[in-house]
Ligand binder design. Structure first.
Ligand code: ARG
Length: 470
């Protein structure tokens, strides 16, 4: 039977809330208002929450121990049915909560109807999403750690590799590839911190708020919170059922993560192009063209860059969903799930792709070196050299500017000029100038915390490894 057929046949008495209704729900309205199509993925957390709730109700004497045991056994049976594929989800039962509860009652009879004592779907759904998101945060955190570890290995391997550093995408100064990779690493460190910070606000328990005002039963919210691994119960019942800012916060973490991955992706796309040719991405992360046989396209980074759009969109969806909602729960909040679920799925996919791909990147050090030599990338080093010989910085800037103009006219880099040629612009220049005009001299000279020298890259990797392990 199709869902539509089934819903057309549903009667008011089938609905857990059907008591005050005198006609069946309109078939379209039933489908329009149902969330079971997407919230069924919360079944596991819904059942976990219900088991904790029943356990607490028995401990305060609202349920007998026998009732509690029957409910727990029944809920485990429902879970097994869902996992075996034997469970038939019903649109007329609206959402995951009522589907599970109805099947529980089918299984264990009247006792199943006692489970909902002292709670509402409003605090139930808020609890389910928090439990779900907490678990996903832990999976995402692990994947982020795997990506970060791969990035550290690559940075260490590339600590001495010289590439051009850019500003305005114009060659600026030589840097080490390892240093460049560690810039990405720092972004991911902040993302991981933001995720853990968000987890603190996710891991708070709304159960007990019931519909909005709390409940008349002698509930023990600390106990339920403990059973579910929450840090504490929420403080205010209205806020507990109405608030989704923890989900918005998670989506904002996700948007920033995707923003970082999109920048990362953009560089990988540029670097694999024939024009840059700085790195090789193994074939397994690329695809070909159906018409141009020579093509090898960096699809994975491109797709990750593209997926930033939907993740940013979900953040805006949730912000807009929440905006101006009066207290407490409103059906609007049912719309929180699809953006949140898609955000979780998308960033898990992107992180997996990146964590697999990053360790496989191979640099083309010769090409990077040739590029680093172009564009007078050691011009600042010459200026610094002059300043160290007593020339004021502004004058040094002018002298180097003239040397560069000469180099442009002659088609030669600063390091390729003779001492005599360089001395036309300043007589403080001596033979030792060539130590600073080489690429190696340039990067090695920036040997301080946060600088690009190979020694600093190795030290940064070591510090990061210690933090990652600790
Ligand atoms: N499916 C609903 C949601 O996702 C569950 C809560 C419904 N509560 C209600 N009073 N209609 O938000």
């Amino acid at each position: 039977m199709t869902d539509q057929k089934k819903s057309e046949q549903s009667t008011t008495s089938e609905k857990p809330w059907g008591g005050r209704f005198s006609e069946p729900t309109d078939a379209f309205v039933e489908r329009f208002t149902a969330s079971v199509g997407f919230d069924q993925r919360l079944y596991h957390h819904d059942i976990t929450g219900s088991i904790a709730h029943a356990t607490m109700l028995a401990s305060v004497g609202v349920l007998t121990d026998q009732e509690r045991d029957a409910i727990i056994e029944g809920l485990n049976g429902v879970k097994a049915d869902i996992e075996s594929g034997a469970f038939e989800w019903s649109v007329s039962l609206e959402d995951v909560h009522m589907n599970v509860e109805a099947r529980l009652t089918d299984r264990i009879g009247i006792t199943g109807k006692k489970l909902h004592t002292g709670r509402s779907r409003n605090d139930q759904v808020a609890t389910d999403i928090r439990l779900y998101l907490r678990d996903e945060i832990d999976v995402i955190a692990e994947e982020l750690t795997r990506l970060k570890a791969g990035l550290l290995d690559l940075a260490e391997r590339e600590a001495d590799t010289i590439m051009p550093g850019f500003t305005h995408l114009q060659t600026a100064q030589p840097v080490t590839f390892g240093h460049h990779l560690m810039a990405w690493y720092e972004m991911l460190v902040r993302d991981a911190d933001r995720l853990q910070d968000c987890r603190k606000r996710v891991n708070v328990m709304p159960l007990g708020a019931a519909a909005l005002a709390g409940t008349t039963y002698p509930i023990d919210r600390d106990m339920t919170a403990r059973l579910l691994g929450f840090d504490r119960p929420t403080e205010n019942s209205l806020d507990s059922v109405g608030d989704r800012d923890f989900a918005i916060e998670f989506c904002s973490f996700a948007s920033l993560l995707m923003t970082h991955l999109s920048r990362f992706s953009e560089e990988l796309v540029l670097w694999t192009s024939a024009q840059f040719d700085f790195i090789d991405l193994p074939d397994r992360f690329c695809t070909g063209s159906s018409i141009m046989p020579q093509k090898k396209n960096p699809d994975v980074p491109e797709l990750v860059r593209g997926k930033t759009g939907r993740v940013n969109g979900h953040l805006i969806s949730l912000l807009t969903l929440m905006k101006s909602q009066p207290l407490a729960y409103n059906k609007d909040n049912q719309e929180d799930k699809e953006p949140l679920f898609d955000t979780v799925d998308t960033i898990k996919g992107c992180l997996k792709a990146y964590a697999d791909m990053i360790p496989a990147i191979r640099s083309k050090a010769d090409n990077m070196r040739v590029a680093a030599k172009q564009g007078f990338s050691t011009a600042t080093d010459l200026a610094d050299y002059l300043v160290k010989k007593g020339v004021p910085f502004r004058d040094a800037h002018e002298i180097v500017g003239k040397s560069v103009a000469f180099g442009v006219a002659e088609g030669r880099d600063l390091s390729e000029m003779s001492l005599e040629e360089l001395r036309q612009f300043s007589d403080v220049i001596g033979e030792d100038v060539f130590d600073v005009l080489t690429l190696e001299g340039s990067v090695q000279a920036r040997n301080h915390l946060g600088g690009t020298a190979p020694e600093q890259v190795r030290a940064a990797v070591a510090r990061a490894r210690a933090r990652l392990a600790g």
